[in-house]
Design a protein around this ligand. Structure first.
Ligand code: SF4
Ligand code: SF4
Length: 479
């Protein structure tokens, strides 16, 4: 199962999941993705139905419980132990197959919109809407978010070639692309020599029976997980069985600026740097939205603005947390790093390189936060299903709803779990920053590293402070 292949400039043994007996066989099956998508499509339909017609108390409704407690926790867990599993099993993409059969995806996505900027705005807008409309508390709104997602994904990917909804728009996809930069698995060629002698390039172009990469990532030149939806199309299209799902050192792509097919060089893309910034600072902001100091800040801002309306207050908080604060902190650390190590290059170039060091920390905060919620509300889905079955069939053959079911782990464990994820993320970020500093200042890496180490340490202290605040148990009966 091990193959020797090229990884960066070195050759090292690498395990390949596609060769595993059962899992590998399933993943090589042409309908593997559909087999994952169809059950999720049915679950999504159930969530919409319950969200629109079921009880409108969040912990009693599947739409809010599954979407805001379970799904988010499983997404981050999958990113940490596997890869971009949600995009792989994305139910929003299945109706697109219908659109494809109708042959409507003929247009090209407008050139000015071919960047991550729309995705950056939509990810920030998604986080903003979540707070403003209290989505976690509204089954009805949650159901409509799911419906809107299906309709927009169907319309955009059904009309335009190259899956632009996934690549440029989908906020969940953008989140997953950044998170998967530290995943242990990557879709990659198994032997570059085979690609060199390949004349058809079906992984990219596709053939009659199988489409090629819709995200326009050419395997021979593909590197890393950015923009890869783990859709498996390239694996099924390659006539030489030369594409695998390889294990790698998690996060190793963060300190390498290789030319990536369909993506270019990450360190030269301000849009991707902005996406990573929103991912990282959004993690802190999202947690801040659930602790009591946010109410004091909102009250103070409202009195200063003389308004009783929430959106301008929230807008100001988002502007400060996602634009002003990152600009000052990243700019300051970049300027000190550049000055202390005696380098001369544009400040923006320094920031656009080191911002990737924040990804492990950001992921640590998302994981700490979302796993907290999923563990608190883990069993919440049981009484909802018992109740649903009872109402639908008139008989509680799954038992009377046990609304009293508690968290999946003792509450005392949660602090340790959260702090553990933050510590892991912080450690990972320090490592990446140090690797970048070694590249920038090989003789005196500490001079380039220290400002970033301090910044990451300060962000980590902020995260610890946030996690130790009493947090709203959103979406549960403990709220
Ligand atoms: S089709 Fe297969 S062998 Fe050919 S370039 Fe793509 S991955 Fe390589
Ligand atoms: S490289 Fe392209 S075809 Fe292959 S899994 Fe990733 S997105 Fe799908």
């Amino acid at each position: 199962m091990g193959v020797i292949e090229r990884v960066g400039s070195v050759h090292e043994p690498s395990a390949d999941m596609i060769t595993w007996p059962l899992v590998g066989r399933f993943l090589r099956w042409r309908h593997a993705r559909s087999a994952l998508q169809v059950p999720l499509l049915l679950v999504a339909a159930l969530l919409v139905w319950d969200g629109l017609t079921g009880p409108q108390l969040a912990p009693k409704n599947l739409a809010t419980t599954v979407t805001w407690l379970h799904y988010r926790g499983f997404v981050v867990l999958a990113l940490l132990i596997f890869g971009n599993a949600f995009c792989m099993a994305c139910p929003f993409m299945w109706p697109r197959l219908v659109a494809e059969r109708l042959g409507r995806a003929r247009w090209m996505w407008p050139r000015p919109l071919r960047s991550k900027w729309p995705g950056v705005v939509l990810l920030a807008a998604f986080l903003f809407a979540y707070e403003l409309f209290d989505l976690w508390a509204s089954p009805w709104w949650t159901a409509w978010v799911i419906v809107a997602y299906f309709l927009v994904a169907l319309a955009v990917n059904g009309l335009f070639r190259g899956a632009p909804f996934c690549k440029y728009l989908c906020p969940i996809g953008q989140f997953n692309f950044v998170g998967s930069l530290i995943s242990p698995l990557e879709i990659a060629v198994r032997n570059h020599d085979v690609c060199a002698s390949c004349t058809t390039k079906d992984c990219f172009r596709g053939h009659e029976a199988q489409r090629g990469c819709e995200l326009w990532l050419f395997q021979e030149k593909k590197y890393g997980n950015m923009d890869c939806t783990f859709c498996l199309d390239c694996i099924h299209a390659c006539p030489h069985e030369n594409v695998g799902i390889r294990f790698r050192l998690p996060g190793s792509e963060l300190w390498q600026d290789r030319l990536r097919s369909g993506v270019g060089r990450l360190w030269r893309r301000p849009d991707v740097a902005a996406l990573v910034t929103v991912f990282t600072f959004g993690a802190l902001l999202n947690a801040f939205g659930m602790v009591s100091p946010v109410y004091a800040l909102e009250a103070w801002l409202a009195s200063q603005l003389g308004t009783t309306s929430e959106w301008p207050v929230l807008g100001l908080i988002f502007l400060g947390a996602l634009v002003v604060e990152p600009a000052l902190l990243l700019g300051g650390a970049g300027w000190l790093s550049r000055t202390w190590s005696g380098r001369a290059e544009p400040l923006l170039a320094v920031v656009m390189r080191y911002v990737y060091a924040l990804v492990p920390f950001g992921m640590g905060v998302w994981a700490a936060h979302y796993l907290f919620h999923v563990l608190i509300g883990f069993w919440g889905v049981v009484p909802i299903v018992q109740n649903l079955v009872g109402e639908l069939t008139g008989s509680f053959w799954l038992g009377r709803p046990r609304w009293e079911l508690g968290p999946a782990v003792p509450l005392e464990w949660l602090d340790a779990l959260e702090l553990g994820f933050i510590a892991l993320g912080t450690w990972g970020s320090w490592l990446v920053a140090y690797r970048l500093a070694c590249r920038d200042a090989p003789q005196k890496p500490w001079t380039a590293f220290l400002p970033w180490a301090i910044l990451i340490g300060l962000l980590a202290l902020t995260a610890v402070w946030l996690m130790l605040q009493p947090m709203e148990m959103r979406g549960t009966f403990l709220a």
